[in-house]
Write a protein that binds this ligand. Sequence first.
Ligand code: F6R
Length: 241
Amino acid sequence: MKIITVDSYEELGSRAADVMGAQVIMKPNCVLGLATGSTPLSLYQELIRRNKAGILDFSRVRTVNLDEYVGLGIESDQSYVYFMRKNLFEHINIDMNNTHLPNGLNSDVYAECARYDAVIESLGGIDMQLLGIGHNGHIAFNEPADSFTVNTNCVDLQQSTIEANARFFAKADDVPKKAYTMGVGAILKARRILIIASGEGKADIVREMIKGPVTPKVPASALQMHRNVTVILDKGAASKL
Ligand code: F6R
């Protein structure tokens, strides 16, 4: 793992934009795996700025997102498809037809998981996958478990994840209890992985991800088995390394 430590959350965004921007420049029709949550916001702001400044061109870029809540679609402002449109896609010159997320409104779990795996496959796999990390070590919505997931699956969110994500909803009860998520196996198939973390609250789990044993109890520890991972941390997240 290549570990980069920066001073602030803003700098985290611009260093991550350097890494992701280099991917887009090297391969203009690359497949980017994208994430939602608080951590990527400074990165997305910087990608938008560079696109508007004519430094980055997304016209041929394809994207696949990690996850989506079951039961939510574009009409819900808590859905991940809505988040991606508002925080990135609507502000850059990407073709919306080239952006993909699991369809939270498809209640046929088997069909939706198979469809999403086929989408990733049809794009030729992921060139660079962006990840955040949950306080419990989850990547995408792959929660701590007894075994690693491989393909897209439908998960029951853990109480700690529901509580962590309640900040985006009116009340914790409104947080959906299930989500579609790319599997750990699919994430590990990405040719490059970029994982970002911010704040002291993530310091313990970042340490476990990098220095702890590889175990499905800490899904992010699986990244130790990948040959091309860049970790960008601000001072707080790196404070226990
Ligand atoms: C989001 C996702 C999650 C988040 C993680 C960290 O698409 O897959 O794994 O990356 O929960 O979230 P934040 O960045 O809000 O701390």
